[in-house]
Each structure stands twice: as structure tokens, then as C-alpha cells.
Design a binder for this molecule. Structure first.
Ligand SMILES: N[C@@H](CCC(=O)N[C@@H](CS)C(=O)NCC(=O)O)C(=O)O
Length: 222
């Protein structure tokens, strides 16, 4: 991969699915254009200009001027990890690769499950009335199973990260979402019973380049 490749990330002014990609760029110190769409402008031409009517999109231009538009967050993350092997963000062991995919897919499943709660909390002016019931349904039902299973996957490894002592691409994804979950449920003790998840989040946030990025980035609720 040429280091003259240019990157443009298109996403909303949110952390959610854009942030794991931004963190990868920041960790590897690779320049990228961080385009943030105003949600008010999303409907209409901005939306239809997106290949699959969804963001994130990663536009790349290589040193020969060839351009690509990549979609699907985990595909973009894996592409970046594979493009710069010196950072060892893509594990070589197939089991570790599966561990990364398993965690990221579980987070994505739960993200979909949470959508009604997020819409009620942040995007529906009348959502307040439904919020406590939706929160109860999520927390009483599946959420703890997801947290417990992910915590156990981390427990199997002797290190702070998903695959042990070395940070991998999926670590940015997981740490981003556990931090968001603590905030959207207004509960800084959400991970108290899931020590391995908390340790993983803190290990990612303590990486010097990530620490620097967290200090400088604009705060967004999700
Ligand atoms: N599977 C896709 C999901 C992308 C997605 O759902 N993006 C949302 C933002 S988080 C979006 O574009 N929503 C606007 C819409 O659906 O109109 C991925 O992982 O990138």
C-alpha cells in the first residue's frame, strides 16, 4: 500500500460507526479528510449521493489516481488494518481473526437492537415517555448476555486487548461502543461487573495517539 494514498471519510458528526475508523487513522498517524455531514442535510441529495444510502463511506485515491468508494464499517476497518501490516492490527492467527469478527458482529447486532432506544433518546422530541420502558427491556433482557459473553472472550486472553497483549483493529470498535453505552444509559458503572471490558476500554483509551485524539476531538453524544 502506497503511503501516498489519499483518504476521505464521510460520516455524520457522531462517534458511532465513524469513530473506529477515525481511531485507526489516528493510531497509525495516517492523514485523512474527516467529512462530517450535518443530519439536517442528510435527506435528499446528500443521502442519494451515497452508494448504499448509508454512511460511513471511505473514498480512497491511490498514487495512480484510481479511486474507490468503500462501505461497511468493519470492511473498512479490516481494509485499513490489512493495508498497513507494520502496525499488526490484523492478527495472523485465524482464531484471533475470528475473535475480532465475533466481537464486532456482536456489537453490531446489539447496536441494531438499541436503535429504538437511541431514536427515543436523541432524535424523537416525544421519545422521553418511552425511554424508561425501552431501557428496562434492553437491560433486563439481552444486554447483560452480550456484555457477559464479550467479557468472557476477553477473559480467555491474558492481556488487555481482544487478542491478548497486542491492540488489534477490533479493539477500537469495541472500546468506542462500550464508552458510548456507558453514556447513553447514563451509567458510568455499567461495566462494573465486566472488568475485562472496562480494562480493554481503558487500554485503548490510554494508547498515546488515542489519548491525544480523545482530548482534541469534538465531543458528540453518540
Ligand atoms: N452496516 C453498515 C450500517 C451503516 C449505517 O447503518 N449507517 C447509518 C448511520 S450509523 C446511516 O447511514 N443511517 C442513515 C440512513 O439510514 O438513512 C455499516 O456497518 O457501515
Amino acid at each position: 500500500m502506497s503511503n501516498t494514498t489519499q483518504y476521505k471519510l464521510v460520516y455524520f458528526n457522531l462517534r458511532t460507526l465513524g469513530e473506529p475508523i477515525r481511531m485507526l487513522f489516528k493510531y497509525m498517524q495516517i492523514q485523512f479528510e474527516d467529512v462530517r455531514i450535518d443530519p439536517a442535510e442528510w435527506q435528499g441529495q446528500v443521502r442519494t449521493s451515497c452508494k448504499w444510502l448509508k454512511v460511513p463511506e471511505l473514498h480512497t485515491t491511490d498514487s495512480n489516481g484510481k479511486t474507490y468508494c468503500l462501505t461497511q464499517t468493519s470492511a473498512i476497518c479490516r481494509y485499513l488494518a490489512n493495508s498497513y501490516p507494520t502496525f499488526e492490527l490484523m492478527p495472523t492467527d485465524p482464531l484471533d481473526q475470528a475473535r475480532c469478527d465475533m466481537i464486532v458482529d456482536a456489537v453490531q447486532d446489539f447496536r441494531m437492537r438499541m436503535k429504538p432506544y437511541i431514536v427515543a433518546k436523541y432524535f424523537d422530541p416525544e421519545g422521553c415517555s418511552k425511554l424508561s420502558q425501552l431501557k428496562k427491556e434492553l437491560l433486563d433482557d439481552e444486554f447483560w448476555i452480550y456484555l457477559k459473553n464479550m467479557d468472557q472472550i476477553l477473559e480467555e486472553e491474558r492481556g488487555d486487548f481482544i487478542c491478548g497483549e497486542k491492540v488489534r483493529w477490533a479493539d477500537f470498535f469495541l472500546a468506542n461502543f462500550t464508552a458510548i453505552w456507558e453514556e447513553i444509559f447514563d451509567d458510568e458503572n455499567l461495566l462494573k461487573a465486566y472488568e475485562n471490558l472496562k480494562k480493554q476500554q481503558q487500554a485503548v483509551e490510554s494508547l498515546p495517539k488515542i489519548q491525544e485524539w480523545i482530548k482534541q476531538r469534538e465531543y458528540t453524544k453518540i
